[in-house]
Every structure is written in C-alpha cells, then in structure tokens.
Design a protein around this ligand. Structure first.
Ligand code: FAD
Ligand code: EPU
Length: 359
C-alpha cells in the first residue's frame, strides 16, 4: 500500500537550537525524516529538486557562516536492531537518527565492548562514519562493518563496507569524493562480548588506578572517559562549541625533527611513518587560549575549542579561526585544517597556504 509521507517541509526555521555552536542562523526550508521510505518521497518534491541541500545530524560538527539558502534534511531515523550474535560477538544495525551516546550506553550496559572509549561524543549515529569519530585511542572503524546510504541523485540505497568508506584520521570518503552525495540511513557495528579494555591513551589508566580500579571493565572505562571529557570540554548546552575546531596536523618525520630542534617540548604521537602533533599545543603557544574576538573565543581550558560566548556570528568564528591558522602557519610552518564542517559561502579556512598538512 502507498502510505502518505510522514514529513512536512517547513519554511524559515531557526537553526540556533539545531547545532551546538548555537549561532543565529536560519534555514529557508527544513524537513525531518523518520522513515527511510520518506527519503524517496522527499525526492519527489519540487523543493528537493530546486534547492541546495544539507543533511544534518545533531549539529555538533557544523559551523553555519550565514543563513542556509536551501533545504536542511534532519535525519531522525531511529532503532537499534540485533542482526546476529554468537557467544563472542553481536552485530547491531542502528538507525542514523539514534543519539550516538545512547548507542554507547546501550552497548556498555550490556557488557558489549568496542564503543566505551567513544563515550559522550555528541551527535547522531549517522554522522559517526563521516569523520570516523575517535577518542581515547579508538576510532569508529574498529567496530564498523557497513553502512546503508541513499544516493541523493539516483535514490538508490547503497551499502558501503569498511574498505569502501576509506576511513582515516577524522576522514572518510564522505568528506572527499562523496561529500554531500548520500544520506546515511543505518550503520552496522560488530561488538565484542568478551571485551578487552583499551587504556593506551593519555592518563586513562592513571585515572582508573587513582580511583582504586586496577582491573577495569568497559563500564569503568566509559565512566573514566566521561569524567575526563566533562573536566576539559565545555558543555555545548551551556557554551556553544563544536569540539575540536581543527584536526591535529600530521607532518613528516623530517618536519617534526626540524620543529623539535627549535621547540624541544613539542608533544607528539606516532602516526605510521609520520608524526601527529596536538593543534591545541600549537595554538596555545601562540597565546590564543582564553582570548576572544568579540563573542567568538578560544576556550580557557582547551586551546583547540572555539566557543560562542553568546552573540558570535559564523563570520566572527571564521575570523578568529583564520587568525589562529595564520599565526600557527607563520610561527611553526604548519597548516591547520578545520575539522568542523563549514556550511554556506566560501570556506576561507580550507587548506592552501603554508607547509605541513592535516589528516
Ligand atoms: P552534524 O554536525 O550534524 O554533521 C556533521 C557532518 O556529517 C555534516 O557534514 C553532515 O552533512 C554530515 N551528516 C550528518 N548526518 C548524516 C547522515 N545521516 N548522512 C549523511 N551525512 C550526514 N568528534 C570526534 O570524532 N571525537 C570527539 O571526541 C569529539 N568530541 C566532541 C566534543 C564536543 C563538545 C563537541 C561539540 C563535538 C565533538 N566531536 C567529536 C565532533 C562531533 O560530535 C562528531 O563529529 C559527531 O559525529 C557529529 O555528529 P552530528 O550528528 O552532530 O553531525
Ligand atoms: N594541549 C595544550 N593546550 C591546551 C590543551 C591541550 O597544549 O589548551 C596539549 C597537551 O599537550 C595535551 C595535548 O595538547 O596533552 C592533547 O590534548 P588532548 O588530550 O585534550 O587531545 P586533543 O588532541 O586536543 C583529541 C581529539 C578529541 C578527542 C581527544 C581524546 C582531535 C582534533 N581532537 O583532542 O576529539 O576527544 O583527542 O582522544 O583529534 C573532536 O574531534 O571534536 C574532539 C574533541
């Protein structure tokens, strides 16, 4: 039977409550989809064909530089389904509209390992593959099996396995050749029923030991990650932000040696035969931590987090980010590449000047 569409295309909607930077921007058209079938029905509408389109999840990694002159498609497809399991693994298929941290709690609560280090990352499950979300030594790709996505031109649902997604550090095919071409409807992950904990990152182990937990399970790891995150990242419900504004640059071993010969205390992490350096340290060294340009600011506890102190505009944040990029390039010869997705108008922050590269 041909069911009527379960959506309504709305006009002139404020985007302020729909993204974590809380900027005063609006969308010309807005639609929220709850059923995969509705995507094809939406594709039959004149608005879909006529307008620019942008797929939005939880809005925790976007910066609107202006009002969006087109159609925002908010993805709210729900549901977590077990599609197979045995005594060692469970395979889950999750709607793209499921809140990421709800999925983490669902898995951790059942003792299924693989997502605990990714606790408390804001946003929705459908966006997780876009930049291969990562934290505390784990990236999405380690549990990822596949995703389903509707091609927004043909309407065909395609399946992408891990290889096809071409995951990298804060990177996937959906940030490159497939940028904006597909709407992800579901992702499928494989979790471990006898998980081993991963305590390799930073001070995770020390924090657990300091709490008297010497043999942590995944619930303990999730709790520790939540504690660390709450202590150093601003809560977007209170202070507008999108997490790390830039990626950590990955530079050649030669460039790193030359930087270290001048800055002996520069922190670093191995990245294959290259070296990752914390963008926060570079920005901090340039004196930006706690600084502000109007209502656009650099968080006082973490130099990689740009914040909206209240009435910042997208242009204010772009202005501050440009100043940071320029200073870091001049001082260290390293180009900072934005992690945040800049939506609307030209992107003056896209890579181009200086040496060294992101991702
Ligand atoms: P959005 O911001 O809505 O969208 C991000 C991009 O994905 C956009 O390009 C959008 O078009 C696209 N997109 C979204 N949904 C779909 C879909 N269904 N189909 C196709 N395209 C889609 N990230 C990390 O990796 N690690 C962290 O530790 C981390 N910490 C953060 C901490 C804070 C306080 C904040 C505010 C952000 C943090 N982030 C982190 C960034 C962000 O949470 C992630 O990138 C998250 O996956 C974004 O999800 P979202 O649903 O909010 O996506
Ligand atoms: N540092 C400074 N000044 C600061 C903050 C940090 O010099 O103000 C230095 C310190 O040396 C510190 C190092 O930077 O050891 C790294 O800082 P942190 O451990 O906070 O991690 P990060 O590199 O800034 C990355 C991710 C985060 C993720 C954490 C934990 C990127 C771009 N960011 O942050 O992801 O949660 O590691 O794994 O890779 C995000 O992507 O939005 C995000 C928050």
């Amino acid at each position: 039977m041909n069911t009527p569409p379960q959506f309504e295309i709305l006009k002139k909607i404020s985007l302020k409550p729909c993204h974590t930077f809380q900027l005063d921007a609006s969308a010309e058209y807005w639609v929220e989809l709850h059923q995969p079938d509705d995507i094809l029905k939406l594709m039959d509408t004149p608005v879909f064909h006529r307008e620019n389109r942008f797929v939005l999840g939880g809005g925790s990694n976007v910066l609107f530089t202006q009002d969006f002159p087109g159609l925002i498609i908010k993805n709210s497809i729900s549901g977590i389904e077990i599609i197979s399991e045995n005594h060692r693994h469970v395979v889950l298929r999750t709607g793209a509209g499921v809140v990421w941290d709800d999925l983490v709690k669902y898995a951790v609560g059942r003792g299924w390992g693989g997502l605990e280090n990714l606790s408390m990352i804001p946003g929705l499950t459908g966006a997780a593959p876009i930049q291969n979300i990562g934290a505390y030594g784990v990236e999405l790709e380690s549990t990822f099996i596949s995703l389903d996505a509707v091609h927004l031109k043909s309407g065909i649902t395609e399946s992408f396995d891990r290889d096809m997604c071409r995951f990298g550090y804060r990177d996937s095919i959906f940030k490159r050749t497939h940028k904006g071409t597909h709407l992800i409807t579901h992702i499928t992950l494989k979790l471990n029923k006898s998980p081993e904990v991963n305590l390799n990152y930073g001070n995770l182990k020390e924090i657990l030991v300091s709490e008297g937990i010497n043999h942590p399970d995944i619930r303990d790891v999730s709790m520790a990650v939540r504690k660390i995150r709450a202590s150093k990242l601003p809560d977007p419900a209170i202070t507008g932000n999108a997490g790390s504004f830039f990626k950590n640059p990955v530079i050649s071993a030669e460039q790193f040696d030359s930087l270290r010969s001048i800055h002996s205390d520069i922190p670093s992490y191995p990245a294959g035969n290259r070296v990752k350096i914390p963008a926060a340290w570079l920005i901090d060294q340039c004196g930006f931590r706690g600084k502000r340009l109007g209502d656009a600011g650099v968080h006082e506890r973490h130099a990689l987090i740009l914040v909206n102190h209240g009435k910042a505009t997208g242009s204010d944040l772009i202005g501050l980010a440009s100043a940071i990029q320029q200073e870091v390039s001049e001082r260290f010869g390293v180009t900072l590449e934005p992690e945040v997705n800049i939506v609307g108008g030209d992107n003056p922050l896209s890579a181009g000047s200086g040496s060294g590269s992101g991702s």
